[in-house]
Design a protein around this ligand. Structure first.
Ligand SMILES: Nc1nc2c(c(=O)[nH]1)N[C@H]1C(S)=C(S)[C@@H](COP(=O)(O)O)O[C@H]1N2
Ligand SMILES: [Mo]
Length: 298
């Protein structure tokens, strides 16, 4: 791939180094990954949110619709052994053991501002690998145009499945070029530790220029297809959620403005900041959508 992301910036470009190092000292005992945080060129981000913020304020409706429900309930999820079925328009379809996938991937640390649909945001130091590497491993066929994703659905482990708030299993999709973009990752860790269950263990998607709900958790199936796949939020509220769901401050959600976001973690005085086009990754991803009407294709 010509367009691979190179981690050519040091941690200093991301967050003040002394703050980052202090955090590392505070988190002594955690397995710190070797790589400095890499990120998109020209990007600057506030320091990452705390482990506590990231793991206690979540959306994972399979465990309940409250922000605290996933942290309370997700311990019931069995994440080992874990198998991901990769099928559809690929050369090597099959059931891939999570451990085997991990052996073949290079895990790096990446820091993104991760926005969610409710106009709040966090900065998360994910560990993960490029989705493109996984897709290269299985060989994408020429006819493939989209990638469909599916979350595990286990009523005995996921109390939220009793509610019809969404149609289960949770499903999502990307266009193939979005899926192959180097900013699109499969996250398997946070702060160098295994990703917690409430954040989508053992592997979840992270698409930093899209609203949080595109970043589907606990993935058990990835299907290459020639048709635009259904997505959970679009199925539940077609008038509110489109397929693309790119972060776009100029297009409001029917029920709220998307021009600014509240940073989680600032306590009472948590700051509102202006939301950036494509969440600040405009230089990297705008070309994917040139000549597209982003109001129509929201
Ligand atoms: N399977 C599944 N994936 C999901 C969700 C969900 O309810 N179920 N919620 C989405 C939404 S709305 C958001 S904002 C993010 C939240 O990710 P986080 O809890 O790690 O911050 O996960 C997304 N992925
Ligand atoms: Mo969300």
């Amino acid at each position: 791939m010509a367009n691979r992301w190179t981690n050519d910036l040091s941690g200093r470009d991301v967050t003040p180094e002394h703050i980052y190092m202090n955090r590392r000292t505070l988190l002594a005992g955690l397995a710190a990954s070797a790589a400095l945080p890499g990120m998109a060129r020209g990007q600057s981000l506030p320091e990452p949110n705390s482990w506590d913020d990231i793991t206690s304020y979540n959306n994972y409706y399979e465990f309940g619709t409250g922000k605290g429900d996933p942290a309370r309930n997700a311990h019931r999820l069995t994440v080992s052994p874990w198998t991901v079925r990769i099928d559809g328009l690929v050369d090597k379809p099959g059931d891939y053991a999570f451990d085997d996938i991990m052996k073949n991937m290079t895990i790096e640390e990446r820091i993104y501002r991760f926005r969610c649909v409710e106009a709040w945001s966090m900065v998360v130091p994910w560990n993960g690998f490029e989705l493109a590497d996984l897709l290269d491993m299985v060989g994408v066929q020429g006819a493939a145009k989209y990638v469909a994703f599916e979350t595990v659905a286990r009523p005995e482990e996921m109390p939220g499945l009793r509610s019809r708030v969404l149609d289960w299993p949770y499903v999502e999709g990307l266009r193939l070029d979005e899926a192959m973009h180097p900013l699109t990752i499969m996250a398997t860790g946070i702060y160098g530790r295994d990703i917690p269950k409430q954040n989508g263990a053992p592997l979840r998607l992270v698409v930093p220029w899209k609203y949080g709900y595109k970043s589907i958790k606990s993935i058990v199936r990835i299907t290459l297809t020639d048709k635009e796949p259904p997505t959970s939020w679009n199925k539940s509220q077609p008038s509110e959620y489109g397929f693309y769901s790119n972060v776009n401050p100029t297009v409001d959600h029917p029920r709220w403005s998307q021009a600014s976001e509240r940073r989680i973690g600032g306590g009472l005085f948590s700051s509102r900041i202006d939301t950036l086009m494509f969440n600040g990754y405009e230089q990297e991803v705008a070309s994917l959508y040139k000549d597209m009407d982003l109001v129509k294709y929201h």
